[in-house]
Design a protein around this ligand. Structure first.
Ligand SMILES: [Zn+2]
Length: 104
């Protein structure tokens, strides 16, 4: 479910830093009014929703925050999987469970 909210994005930016274009927070994809929505963006966030579901939500968020602090955004396995496959709009149909482990 897509939610358009600048206020929610600002709340996440307190924890994650500024410049968020969109964020997946199961079962929502939250997008600020400044972001142009397209299929690739939604696919990227849907990959994160799948990752979150597989890790039963809370462990995902903890893992993500620790990895963000230690490695930086672009090196997080969740992000590496999402960026590598976001343009493949059929990716989630063929993706193996826990595929983010291949990007550690
Ligand atoms: Zn991402």
């Amino acid at each position: 479910m897509i939610v358009i909210s600048n206020r929610l994005i600002r709340l996440f930016e307190v924890f994650l830093g500024g410049g968020i274009k969109a964020i997946a927070f199961f079962p929502f994809i939250i997008i600020p009014t400044t972001t142009k929505i397209n299929a690739v963006l939604i696919n990227h966030e849907r990959i994160h929703l799948r990752q979150q579901f597989e890790l039963l939500l809370l462990p995902f968020y903890i893992w993500y925050l620790i990895a963000l602090k230690r490695k930086g955004y672009i090196s997080i396995s969740f992000e590496r999987e999402a960026f590598k496959n976001e343009k493949n709009l059929k990716y989630l149909k063929t993706r193996r469970p826990f595929a983010f482990l291949n990007y550690l």
